[in-house]
Structures are given as C-alpha cells and as structure tokens.
Design a protein around this ligand. Structure first.
Ligand code: 6A9
Length: 781
C-alpha cells in the first residue's frame, strides 16, 4: 500500500501502482545480489561518481581544473561544452571494476574503480578509486601543478566529519569519516607516493547538483582575496559535503579508499586501507582487468576474429554501457489536467516515489532512463550478466501503474531534473513507447529452451517470468486496448493530435521512438501504424513463449498464440499494409503528400505583436490511403520475419534495402528513403530532420538480424540476403570504427551522406549494438 498523500480518498488511477508483488522484491535480487550491487559508479552524469543503490545515499565524486586557452575550467558534470577529446569507461564489469580514460586538452586523467568485500567491511563492502593525472605542456605558461577535487556528500544531509587535523591527513591518510545506518562507521583515505598538498572546504547545503558552481565560486573568491588557488580550509557547522583539493606536480597518482564498518572492527581498518591503495590496489586492478578481458573474449569475441582496434572499440562500448548504469530515485511528473486534491503542479501530478536502476543512452546528454532504449541496452547486458539485466528489467516493470502503463522517459530526482528543460519533463499517460523489453525476454526464453543457461540461472529466469507475468500481461493489454485502431488487428500510436499540428510539416509521433519519422499527414483514428503492429506481434509471440514455460498459464497461452497468429498472417498484413506497385509496406491513414511550410504572419496571445513563422499549408484534401514513405517503418514486416523466404515480396524488400536511391549508403541504412517527400526535411523552424535520413544503429541491428536469418533460410533469395548482410555489416562496423578513431566517441546517429557521427556523444546506448554486430550475435530464437 502506498501512502504519500493526506486523507484516505483514493489515488487517481494514473498514479496508482500496479497491484501485485514487485519484481525487485524477488529473492534472487536480495541477499548477496543486492549487497554486491550496493556501491557503484551509478552517477553516469558526472565524469566520475559513486553512490549506493538507495534513495538518500552517501555520494562521492571527482572534479578537476581543466585548462583551455590559458584559462581554468571546473570539470565535473559530463558536458559537451567541456570539449574533452574522449572519455568513457573503456572497461567496466557493472559490478566491482572499471577503468576510464579522460582526455581534457593537455591533461589525461584515468579513474580506476574497484570494490572489495572482506572480513570486517560493512554492508556493501569497501571501494577505492585510483586517479592518475598526466599532462603534456601545450604552452610555456601552462602550470606544472594540477588540481583535482574529491568530494563526499550526504544526500540525507547527515553531518560528515573531517579528518581531525591536517597532519592526520598526511600521517594517517584520513580525509573524512562518519557513520550511517546502512554501512556503519566509514572512513575515506587518501594515499599517494607522490608529494601533494591538500586543502578542503566543508559545506552545508541540500543542493548537491550544483556543487561545481559552488566550489568554483569559492575558488574565485580565494584567488581574488589572497591570490592563490586553494580551498580555504574552513567548514560550515555540521557540513554534509566535504570537498578536498589535491594539488600536485604531474604526473601523479592518488589512491582514494572508502572503508566501511569501521566502528566494529577498528583494528583491521588500517590493513584494509593498505590493501585498497598503492601497489596492492594496482595489482588487484590488474587482476580485475584481466578477468574483464577474458570474459569479454568469451562473450563478444568467441572465435577471436576481432582485430585489436575493433576489440578496443568494442570494449569501450560495452564498458561505457555497463559503467554508465545509474541508480535514480524520485517522482515522475505526469500530465493530469483535472483538478485534484492530491499533490499536483498545474497540469501535472506526481507519480509515486520510485527507484530506477537502469542503463542510459548518453552520459552527458541523456543520463536517465528511456523505456525503449532500455530493451536495446539489455540485448548486450543480458549476455554479459543476466542478473544485472533481470534486475534492471524488474525495476522498469515495477514502474508500471494499475493501467499497465510505464512512463517513457524517467526523470527522477533533482540531479536528473537539472538536465531537462521544463517543457520536456511531463509524461503523458496516453503515450506508449515500443515494448522492446520483449526482445530481451524473447532471447531469455529461447536461451532457456536451448540450454544456454546453468541450472541455477534457468531456475531464476523462470522465477523471474513467474513473478513478471501479471505485469507483462497488463503491459500487453495496455497496448492492445489503448493503442488499438479502428479495425481488428490494427494499431496506431495514440497522442499525435496533441501536437501543434499547424506548425509541423508532419505531426510528430514521439511515442513510437521514431519522433519525426513521417506518418499520415492528418492524424485520425483511421490510422494504422505498421511498426506498432509488428511490436504487438513480438509482444504476443513472446507472451506465448513465456506462458509455455509456466505450467498453469494454459488459458492465456492459447489467446496469445491466436493473437500472434493473426498478426503474423501474411495475407492479412498484405491487405492492410502492402503497396503492390511499390512492393513496399506502409502505414495507412488520412494523408496527402501536398504539404509545405510557408512563412506567415501569426497572431499571438496577449499583447505580443504578430510574428513571422513557418506554418503548414495543405494544398490538397487528404484521403484515406497508404502513406508512401519508404524507410525503417516499411521494413518492420521484414524485421519481424513474417515474409516467407520464397515470396517475391522478400525480393522486393531486399531491393529496397540494397538500392542507393532508397536506403543503402556506404555507412549503413538510412532511416528514410531519398525518394520520400520528407527526406531530410525540417519539421519546424527549430526542428531539424532526425529520423528522416540519418543512420541509426538500433534499427540497423534489427534489419541485419533479419538479413542474417534469411541468409540461412532455404529459398531463391538466400544468397542475395547473405551478400547484403555481409556488406551492410561491413559498412556499419567500418564507419563506427572510423568515427571512433577520428573523434574518440560513439555517436547517437550517423550522417547518411558522409557517415559522420551526429547528435549526442558519447552515446553508448543502442549504438553499442555494434558490438553484437561485430560478434554476429543476433536473436537467440
Ligand atoms: C529532450 C533535451 C539536454 C530521441 O535516446 C533517447 C531518445 C530515444 O528514445 C528516441 O527514440 N532520444 C530518440 O528519438 C533522445 C531524446 C531526448 C529527449 C529529451 C530534452 C535536453 O537536452
């Protein structure tokens, strides 16, 4: 039962949790699993940050002074404007080890993270980070001394204690200590073989998310008043944030160790600090690195065919995906226009306080959870660590409300909110997002059938399905009812009409995940969206497979089987979505091709003067018809493998894929055909083309997966599928590699003309699927 509101009246449905046991409460996620995942680099939005998987954690992090054009800049939160040449976890196992390299103009920093649970440590064990700093003298006036800042902060605003005196820091290496209910007494130590200076400041403030500004301000005052770049060695009363400035001549190395349970077993503390610093830390890091390399080879390079460069990029992709996993806690804002007694904020209402353990698409740009991105992330993660994957999926499904809805974008907590402009925060309960988690669940079922898992794993996966089944059914039903179309077995993404249609060339479909991918020009309830239909097939098929694994789900098993059969019916599909003349599959809806944006005077509300703006002109009455845009959406039946391998329609799909005037480029498949009327068109003045040309890895992965499938199926087009498969795979891999080499990053999308990386970077969300493409690892079914 949830009680966050006064009074005893009922919660509005939209913020009522799904009534059923939580998946994350399952036995397999408790005990050792929970404890082993307690501390981690779960703050992906900062260059280096540690926290625990609990709402009000003790958090730690790193800042440093970067130098550009002779000026200092504080580095802390990952941001594009810092112009780092590269950064990201090159290796990370998602549990107790990671290695990151950051190049900031003339400075190279490394952060190596290690956890250890030994006799005497408190809950969750101890951890350490080794920070290395090197600098290259880019100019004469570049100082030899570098400044890094390490902080600890208590989100619960409990007071922290400083090492009792400066000499204590130097003699006993003790920076700070405190005590918490979760881990008991704790101590933070700093050791270095190099000579260094330490200064500190203690702050009391609830605002942890703008810490870099605070520290930068303090340093500015110090420089103005005393002419030196040193923290003042002062502290507010009962500070909840302690910041330590470590200054040293480069190159230097600092080992920072965090040990817990210190109140219980004081005698062993020194030994534990010893083992988590200096040569002992270095050798443990080496050992963990070797384990990572071996595991990587086993899972993503089993036949040893990667050259050393591809292997390095592959590891950086997997490393930063795993190292970018975050833990968030807070309340989503949900659109709720009705007046309510419950806590609301204008047109919105708050979801229940919830935690989310999830990977993120991009640490600097989108350091938070996105529902359909997560399914793609988990395609990699389950292969690496099935339990981390189930834990993450469990957290997502636990966010479901009583209607079976899961908010698409998760902006939880002040730190996450600080990254998102207001107009993007509110989530709409009418909007879905592709149920890609079924891609992973399908892999898990098929993996079980093929004995891919150990007996314990299989038992746990079964328990996971057992516990999830009710939620998955509700999720399926949410789509099947709220997103259904006028005709049986037709579906469309609801919520398009709410957009400001008159200013858009084509009203966006954000819920599909494909944002501005063109659909019917005039949204109506007559629409049929092909991609959603195929997602429903995946969902029904997967529900059927899962129910086969569960003994007593006989009744629903039959129903899902029938739904899947209907959605996979080739004739029915063709009747509803196939255009014989094009040989292509399309959406259906109220549509005209004759639209354009023209500059017009637009009257404004209030006393603002009218302004010139681009407004949509419709030059022809729309009619109900197939919507003739060839692109990713057209390939969904191919992706779903519905097309029989002997059908001429398969040949047509291969034509569309391999034709350079439609989708083929030397860098991967374009999102939209060159022949489409919307190809690389802006949607509004401020909205450049996004899914109207550029190459996206998630879709290319799914298409490649099908090509791989058809290259193994008997039929007249088998060899052609194989050729195209090999070429497409080569193009994708080559281009990602080339961009990585040139820019140091994986990118959100790649330009269709020159293959250049575009948008958010580093983007080790679904672009990391290139790892599976290199390994030729596709659906397990
Ligand atoms: C806007 C601006 C700092 C857009 O990868 C996440 C999503 C995908 O799910 C979706 O399919 N990306 C794709 O079309 C990025 C979405 C960013 C929305 C937030 C706020 C903040 O800028």
């Amino acid at each position: 039962s949830v009680q966050f509101y006064d009074g005893d009246d009922q919660l509005p449905r939209v913020i009522t949790p799904f009534p059923g046991p939580k998946i994350t409460d399952l036995e397999m996620f408790q005990g050792e699993q929970k404890e082993s995942l307690y501390w981690g680099t779960y703050r992906p939005h900062v260059y280096f940050g540690v926290r625990s998987r609990t709402p009000e954690s003790l958090v730690a992090g790193l800042m440093w002074l970067g130098i550009k054009d002779g000026r200092y800049f504080m580095r802390h939160v990952c941001q594009d404007a810092d112009e780092l040449q590269t950064y990201g976890w090159n290796k990370h196992n998602g549990r107790d080890y990671g290695h990151q390299v950051l190049i900031d103009h003339g400075m190279t920093l490394t952060t190596s993270f290690l956890k250890s649970k030994v006799n005497g440590s408190g809950y969750g064990g101890d951890w350490a980070v080794q920070v290395g700093v090197q600098s290259e003298k880019l100019s004469e006036d570049m100082p030899d001394v570098a400044h890094i800042f390490f902080y600890v902060a208590d989100e619960g605003q409990n007071a922290l204690s400083l090492g009792r005196s400066v000499s204590e820091i130097y003699e006993k290496s003790l920076l700070a200590f405190g005590s918490r209910a979760d881990v008991g007494g704790w101590e933070l130590h700093l050791k270095s073989m190099d000579s260094f200076e330490v200064h500190h400041v203690g702050l009391k403030t609830p605002h942890i998310h703008n810490l870099s500004d605070l520290v930068q301000g303090i340093l500015g005052v110090q420089v103005r008043n005393f002419g030196h770049l040193e923290l003042p060695d002062t502290s507010d009363d009962s500070p909840n944030i302690l910041v330590y400035q470590i200054s040293a001549r480069t190159p230097f190395r600092a080992d920072i160790a965090f040990v817990t349970g210190t109140d219980i077993d004081e005698d062993r503390v020194e030994g534990r600090v010893e083992s988590l610093t200096s040569t002992s830390l270095t050798s443990q890091l080496h050992k963990k690195e070797k384990e990572f390399d071996d595991k990587f080879k086993k899972i993503f390079n089993p036949s040893d065919k990667l050259d050393s460069e591809s292997e390095e990029v592959s590891k950086a992709a997997v490393g930063n995906l795993l190292g970018g996993i975050g833990y968030f806690y807070g309340q989503s804002k949900i659109l709720f226009p009705q007046p309510t007694k419950h806590r609301s904020d204008g047109d919105s209402i708050l979801y229940w306080p919830a935690e989310l353990y999830t990977a993120v698409p991009s640490r600097p740009f989108f350091p938070r959870g996105f529902l359909w991105d997560e399914g793609f992330h988990q395609l990699l993660i389950w292969r690496w660590d099935t339990y981390i994957s189930m834990d993450i999926i469990g957290h997502w499904l636990d966010l479901m409300n009583i209607d079976g809805w899961i908010p698409r974008e998760q902006i939880l907590g002040a730190e996450a909110l600080s990254k998102v402009p207001d107009e993007f925060v509110t989530q709409r309960p009418s909007n879905g997002n592709p149920p890609t988690l079924f891609l992973v669940l399908q892999d898990l079922v098929c993996g079980m059938k093929r004995d891919k898992f150990s007996a314990t794993e299989s038992k746990d996966i079964s328990a996971f399905f057992e516990r999830s089944f009710g939620r998955l059914e509700a999720w399926f039903q949410w789509f099947n009812t709220t997103q259904s179309g006028k005709h049986t077995s037709s579906y469309y993404w609801h919520g398009r009409k709410e957009s400001q249609a008159i200013f858009e060339l084509n009203p966006k479909t954000l819920s599909s995940g494909l944002d501005d991918y063109p659909r019917a020009s005039h949204p109506t309830d007559e629409e049929r969206h092909l991609d959603l239909r195929c997602w429903m097939l995946l969902a029904a098929d997967c529900m059927h497979s899962i129910s086969e694994q569960l003994v007593e789900k006989k009744e629903s098993r039959k129903a899902y089987k029938e739904t899947a059969k209907l959605l996979a019916d080739f004739d029915l599909l063709n009747k509803m979505h196939f255009d014989k003349d094009y040989g292509a599959y399309f959406d259906y809806g109220n549509h005209t091709e004759k639209v354009r944006l023209r500059r017009q005077l637009v009257e404004k509300n209030g006393n603002q003067p009218p302004s010139l703006e681009l407004v949509r002109e419709v030059l022809e009455e729309p009619v109900l018809r197939l919507v003739p845009h060839v692109g990713y959406v057209s390939l969904f039946p191919f992706i779903s493998k519905i097309i029989p391998s002997k059908s001429w329609i398969l040949e047509k799909q291969l034509d569309i894929i391999s034709n350079t005037s439609t989708l083929w480029t030397n860098y991967g498949l374009r999102s939209l055909s060159k022949t489409s009327s919307m190809y690389i068109k802006r949607n509004t003045e401020h909205d450049p083309p996004y899914w109207r040309g550029p190459i996206w890895m998630n879709m290319n992965y799914l298409i490649l997966s099908s090509l791989h499938h058809y290259s193994k199926e008997e039929g007249p087009y088998r060899e052609r599928a194989e050729t195209i498969y090999n070429e497409l795979r080569g193009n994708l891999v080559r281009n990602v590699m080339k961009n990585f080499k040139q820019t140091g990053y994986l990118w959100e999308q790649y330009d269709q003309k020159k293959g250049i990386g575009k948008g958010a970077h580093p983007f080790t969300g679904w672009t990391s699927l290139v790892v599976l493409i290199m390994a030729e690892s596709y659906s397990e079914c």
